[in-house]
Design a protein around this ligand. Structure first.
Ligand SMILES: NC(=O)c1ccc[n+]([C@@H]2O[C@H](COP(=O)([O-])OP(=O)(O)OC[C@H]3O[C@@H](n4cnc5c(N)ncnc54)[C@H](OP(=O)(O)O)[C@@H]3O)[C@@H](O)[C@H]2O)c1
Length: 212
């Protein structure tokens, strides 16, 4: 292998079985080795809401060059139905504990298994900038993820990079989500996967890759 030949990376992909995750696995799997992770399926069982279990599963997995998350759940509910509440009682609990803190914890745990110069890529979404009715949780969580990635990027050790991919609604999800996203231009998951490629295989850090 010459010095200019890109080397084959070992990549952990959380949510590999999902709509977005399958496209990311397809794109990066052409050139790299993908460790597919999910709650119940894949090469590695890992739950974003179980930090201790996540750390243990990643330690067992061993060193990697990139950690990607293409998972994360939020609740959709009209604001009129949302009452003030503690986190555990709140409609916002799912988004805060699963998509937000789950991905933040994954990024924090990833530092222990990433090789020097490795990368972390998380998933946000268009609702941080372009709201829909019933989407206040997703708007809040996606915005918070953008802030986390910018803030964490300047403190990551050993040249580790961290970025966020923020897609519009996926073309493949329009059967389910179409009525909530009238007027939004859906993007094919394969095009969103290219942003993950830029994050993993490119040089940037602290970036939000918007795919609209
Ligand atoms: N679909 C869209 O239009 C769209 C648009 C913008 C942003 N996004 C974002 O993209 C991400 C993926 O969306 P998607 O539509 O591809 O979802 P999806 O089809 O429901 O797939 C989710 C995947 O994540 C895994 N997963 C779910 N919860 C998990 C957890 N707590 N810990 C570990 N793995 C978990 C699931 O696997 P197991 O069941 O095996 O755990 C599954 O493979 C989400 O953050 C979503 O908000 C989606």
């Amino acid at each position: 292998m010459s010095e200019t030949t890109p080397h084959r990376l070992r990549i952990l992909l959380v949510g590999a079985r999902g709509t977005l995750g399958k496209a990311v696995a397809n794109e990066l799997g052409k050139r790299h080795d993908i460790i597919k992770a999910g709650r119940g399926t894949g090469d590695l069982k890992l739950n974003l809401t179980d930090p201790a279990g996540m750390v243990a599963a990643m330690a067992e997995m061993g060193p990697v060059d990139a950690v990607i998350c293409a998972a994360g759940e939020v609740a959709f509910a009209p604001l009129a139905q949302i009452r003030p509440a503690t986190i555990s009682e709140s409609v916002y609990a799912l988004g805060l504990t699963n998509k937000l803190l789950g991905q933040v914890n994954l990024a924090l745990a990833a530092r222990e298994v990433l090789r020097d110069g490795g990368s972390i890529t998380l998933t946000g979404g268009i609702l941080s900038e372009h709201p829909i009715v019933s989407g206040s949780s997703a708007s809040m969580v996606n915005g918070a993820l953008e802030g986390f990635v910018r803030g964490a990027a300047v403190e990551m050790p050993r040249g580790i990079r961290i970025n966020l991919v923020s897609p519009s609604v996926l073309a493949e999800s329009m059967d389910a989500y179409g009525p909530f996203f009238r007027g939004f231009e859906p993007v094919p998951a394969a095009r969103v996967a290219l942003a993950f490629s830029r994050s993993v295989e490119g040089p940037q850090t602290g970036q939000v890759y918007r795919v609209v």
